[in-house]
Design a protein around this ligand. Sequence first.
Ligand code: BGC
Length: 251
Amino acid sequence: MAENIGFGVDVGGSGIKGGVVDLDTGELVGERIKILTPQPATPDAVAETIAEIVRIAGWEGPVGVTLPSVIRDQTALLAANIDESWVDMDCRELFSRHLPDHRTHVLNDADAAGLAEARFGDAHARQGSVVLLTFGTGIGSALLHDGLLYPNSELGHLHIGDDEAEHIASAAAKEREDLSYKKWAKRVSKVLRTYEALFWPTLFVVGGGISRKHEKWVPLLECRTPVVPAKLHNNAGIAGAALAASEGLLP
Ligand code: BGC
């Protein structure tokens, strides 16, 4: 059994997933516990579900939590794809009620994935200027330089033409509009080219559930920056949350 372990919970639009993480490798130790996201996903309902996951795991230490929101000083500031009652939610106060015996650390979901990839992922993701993007209900982003995070970048909301990047090219947009990988990859390429004109990264890392099928679309992307799939795939959020909680890497 690994000795350097932590606990992370990743809050998504459809599921809330948590598990014990080996902090030397980023891998899950034991099973990943998943509970469907309560609807409506109000702060109290989500926090209670997180508490349930922690109870099921029998975990006693600090808990890292990701949210699809801007997090500053442990307060959620934005609710693009979650219940709007999260805006201005003081997460310290919320979790002190639902998880009174645990120290909790909340951070943006894509930032968590970025921290995990920078620590445990592809060697190229650890140095240089890296833009990590997660494709799911929205597009999440993490900006990293030599492994250090500039938090809350929210590049999914950048306007490209008349619409936000995430409305054009998230995995949800692919599903909603029934796009082929080829058609969707064209849209993703346009988004990547817009980002590279602004940030000139040395590497894009692409994650989210759809990165499990990376061979179907990453080779179709057209941009000048190399693109690699996230190594931790969908567990990057859990691993990054656990890392942030254990090391106090807080936005
Ligand atoms: C949210 C981000 C989040 C991303 C991916 C966006 O709509 O504004 O905070 O990282 O979705 O979940």
